[in-house]
Design a protein around this ligand. Sequence first.
Ligand code: HEC
Length: 157
Amino acid sequence: MIKRILKIVLIVIVVIFVGMQAIRPTLSNPPVDELQTINGRTQMTPQVAAILDRSCRDCHSNKTVWPWYTQIAPVSWWLSNHVNDGRRNLNLSEWGKLASDRQDRKLRQMCDEVQDGAMPLSSYLPMHPTAKLSDQDKKVLCDWTDAERQRLTSPPK
Ligand code: HEC
């Protein structure tokens, strides 16, 4: 009896799981114009570029790497929401579209979020252990955002 019930429960779970796969969010990467990226629009350093690339790019750019498990529902639903949300808040690939006062605010937020430990999102770290930032990384990023904000507000010489 118990065995029969377990079998039915298992079949129902499998059917639901397979059915869920029919709902596929678009896991897409919009095209990138390199001249509009944060790398193209700022005095980017190799160190900062590397930090952004390994810790922020997947959620805050149009160059998201989508590993195989991101294609499987319900993970795919959850991650597509995450990335859309991340891009809406900060898109490093479309940096040039922001007015300079918005760039200034985003630079400040980038440093703040990282210093508070809010970014990169903790849910990202188990699958991406190298994204974790050391105190040294945070300092490098914040020194750079400070310098970049100075450049935004001081007139070009
Ligand atoms: C796993 C995805 C993910 C990663 C990795 C990630 N972020 Fe985010 N980030 C988000 C999401 C989702 C939001 C929007 C919701 C929120 O604020 O929590 C966000 C919001 C932000 C914001 C806007 C905050 C605000 O108040 O508007 C900044 C700035 C930011 N992230 C910076 C970074 C930086 C810098 C990194 C890399 C060091 C990073 N994030 C890594 C997902 C991510």
